[in-house]
Design a protein around this ligand. Structure first.
Ligand code: ASP
Length: 722
């Protein structure tokens, strides 16, 4: 039964109410933990109960699930050992590597606990509790309110809830997650552990075998896993890195089952999927398809090429680029998969047809028409404006991110302005609770800075900005070009900016962080000067975005209501970085006519694929062990070989990387790390026929760690005898 929207006010709908009366099919679905009780887990082949999964009054599997490095991970020992993906630990391995100690290339193993290396900038997040706060966020926000005011009111109330919760529970962090835009909000309370260390990382040739070539692809032979450990102060409380800290004792850790699973077995994943967009409209999808994703994919391609060229001659420089290139390449290929998927499925048209049917349903009933009749046209108008403004808005966003110097200068300048306001009224990034995170990302930008790269990437964006249409020009860029020939003017600007930068190291950064906007200007740093010149344009953009968000939040809420009135299928909120369950089976699929993908790859497949040329190189020892058939206990009985990666029909997205894949009893049998190219489209449309996720099989994790890597202490800690 749905709570009706009265007097055209947006009702605060408790989350569960959206699902009442809806028949939940488990096929598609990232179930929030609040919904676990509604699932027939037995019918889905699981032997665990809802309270084994989540139990607010006791210990459950959820207590073993963490968020780490933007990914998911799981505790796998009583001493805070965490298993996640190689690509999730990548940034930490990069930060710990030098040209002399290149752990990224060679891998890393701490033979003793004392040797475990700090994962700089990493935190581990554990979910403590959740509560529906929709009414506190939305009560009294009238429909006819100015959209910008509305968006700001939601933001302010959300921040107030967070502040209140954090004051009442010192040491915890609170976050309000929007489950349905303008409709349902849930407060999550988290513990953050701050001393995270590297324990075992395979060589890149294993952890990233196949590289970008194989990324988002099946068959796959990547050992995409790493072990880390969480530490706390000797009082057991979260603490920053200190040698005297002790391993964290999790409330629960997962039992690792070295026997793995076989085709057809039930499996499930608990994790933190980032974002899906299944409740958006065709207007959004068309904007993504035609405008934003092609822009980003092309820009990323050119930035990758620039960085690869500039890093080709020196490992030291390449190390500064590695994580950034990996991130850009990952998004680029994901977008290309989505672009292809949208076209193949003719998804924009399909969504348009659904919307036309919804509009007809609404228009047929005067009461519905009065309430919902203008919803779709209203959303359409927001996206018309977004598409019109896209050339300058997309360039602006990319401009700031392209240069690490400019990113930091902008954070300094904007931060100085924001810090003059009371904490709750600041942009979230500059609130006191986020200052450690901000500082760490600024330090990271200093560490990864390489002047020729900054020059090349920013130069490219400035040239694009200089070519914007007359009605979308960026004044700060016009001031550089001064109506003359853009190329030489931009080159001159970059030369003098790079030569005269003042905030270039940790000490000058620390000093600049406490300065007022005026004092910052007096530093005479050209980057801060440029940030200041850009500031009004970014402010205006931020206000435009808030207005659009405010309008969309109201309209999206009504759209979801209208859809709910019309259909009775399961209605789950889009992924939003909060804890979700997805369940299914180990299964292959047919991606094309006459093509069948089997669900397991093997160690022999790794050897077969090894050409000796990047990204298909393998350590000689791995090839030797494979040839000897030194599988130990880690062979798949039917395959007679060590299984490397596996396919399953779970509903996952970005952020699910590193999620433990569990068998029917809740034992860890794999680590999720990717999807097939066809399944990149999951974010808009999941389908049993093509949506397959990819995990590294636990047997390969254990074989690489123990047999190949000799890290037996890690296996012993998990109770595994090789
Ligand atoms: N590779 C993704 C991640 O990093 C997982 C996915 O998108 O399927 O979270």
């Amino acid at each position: 039964m749905l709570i009706r929207v009265r007097n055209l006010l947006i009702a605060a709908v408790p989350f569960a109410a959206l699902l009442l009366g809806a028949s939940l099919t488990a096929d598609e679905g990232m179930y929030p933990i609040s919904e676990l009780g509604r699932l027939d887990l037995r019918a889905k082949g699981l032997q665990v109960s809802a309270s084994d999964l989540y139990n607010p009054n006791g210990v459950s599997l959820v207590d073993a699930i963490v968020q780490v490095g933007g990914c998911t991970g799981a505790f796998v020992s009583p001493d805070g050992l965490i298993l996640t993906n190689h690509h999730c630990a990548f940034g930490a391995v990069q930060a710990a590597s030098t040209a002399q100690h290149d752990y990224l290339t060679d891998g890393f193993f701490a033979a003793t606990r004392e040797g475990e290396l700090p994962a700089r900038g990493y935190t581990v997040r554990i979910t403590e509790s959740y509560r529906d706060v929709s009414s506190t966020v939305l009560d009294g926000l009238a429909d006819e309110m100015d959209p910008t005011e509305r968006a700001r009111a939601i933001e302010q109330r959300t921040k107030a809830i967070v502040a209140e919760t954090e004051a009442a529970q010192p040491g915890k962090r609170a976050e309000v997650a929007e489950m349905f835009a303008g409709k349902t909000y849930v407060l999550f309370v988290y513990t953050y552990l701050r001393d995270i260390r590297l324990v075992y990382v395979p060589p890149r040739a294993i952890g990233e075998f196949g590289g970008e070539n194989d990324n988002w692809m099946w068959p796959r032979h990547t050992g995409d896993f790493s072990f880390m450990r969480a530490y706390v102060g000797s009082d057991g409380k979260p603490a920053p890195h200190a040698p005297a800290n002790v391993p964290y004792t999790p409330r629960r850790f997962l039992k690792v089952n070295p026997d793995g699973v076989k085709e057809g077995d039930a499996v499930f994943v608990l994790g933190y999927p980032g974002r899906t967009y299944r409740h958006r409209t065709s207007h959004y999808l068309a904007y993504e398809r035609l405008v934003r994703m092609p822009f980003v994919a092309d820009l990323n391609a050119s930035q990758i090429e620039t960085m690869e060229t500039l890093g080709a001659s020196s490992r030291e420089i390449a190390l500064k680029h590695d994580a950034r290139i990996k991130g850009l390449a990952n998004v680029m290929k994901n977008y290309r998969g989505k672009l292809r998927g949208i076209d193949r499925l003719d998804l924009v048209k399909r969504w348009q047809q659904d919307e036309a049917a919804l509009q007809a349903f609404v228009d047929a009933d005067p009461e519905l028409k009065a309430r919902y009749g203008e919803v779709l046209p209203g959303i359409g108008r927001v996206y018309q404006e977004t598409v019109r403004q896209a050339p300058s808005e997309l360039v602006l966003g990319a401009l700031r991110a392209s240069s690490l110097r400019l990113t930091n200068a902008y954070r300094l300048y904007e931060g100085a302005i924001e810090r003059q306001k009371p904490d709750l009224q600041r942009e979230a990034a500059y609130m006191d609770r986020n200052s450690a995170q901000l500082l760490e990302s600024m330090r990271q930008a200093l560490r990864d800075f390489h002047a020729p790269t900054d020059r090349a990437l920013l130069g490219e964006l400035l040239r694009r900005a200089a070519a914007l249409p007359q009605d979308q020009r960026i004044p700060a860029v016009d001031a550089i070009v001064k109506g003359g020939d853009a190329g030489p003017a931009i080159d001159r600007f970059l030369d003098q900016a790079l030569a005269n930068a003042k905030v270039t190291d940790e000490a000058s950064l620390q000093a600049a962080l406490s300065k007022s906007p005026e004092a910052l200007e007096q530093l005479g740093d050209p980057w801060i000067g440029f940030a200041r010149a850009l500031y009004p344009t970014f402010r205006a953009l931020r206000e435009t975005q808030q207005r659009r968000e405010g309008t969309l939040s109201r309209l999206q809420a009504l759209y979801v209501d209208a859809k709910q009135r019309r259909q009775s299928a399961a209605f789950l909120p889009d992924a939003n970085g909060t804890l979700r369950l997805t369940l299914g089976r180990v299964r292959g699929y047919s991606p094309a006519d006459a093509v069948v993908h089997l669900p397991f790859t093997t160690l022999h497949g790794v050897v077969d694929k090894t050409t000796g040329t990047e990204p298909f190189t393998s350590p000689a020892r791995l090839v030797e062990l494979a040839r000897e058939g030194a599988y130990g206990r880690f062979a798949h009985p039917a395959l007679g070989d060590v299984p490397v990666a596996m396919l399953y029909d779970l509903d996952t997205t970005g952020g699910n990387s590193g999620s433990p894949v569990m068998n029917a009893r809740g034992e860890l049998i794999g680590v999720n790390f990717d999807r097939t190219f066809d399944a990149t489209i999951n974010d808009y449309a999941w389908s049993e026929s093509y949506s397959r996720s990819i995990g590294v099989d636990v047997r390969y994790v254990l074989w690489v760690t123990g047999t190949f890597g000799g890290a037996t202490r890690v296996l012993q800690e998990m109770g595994i005898t090789p």
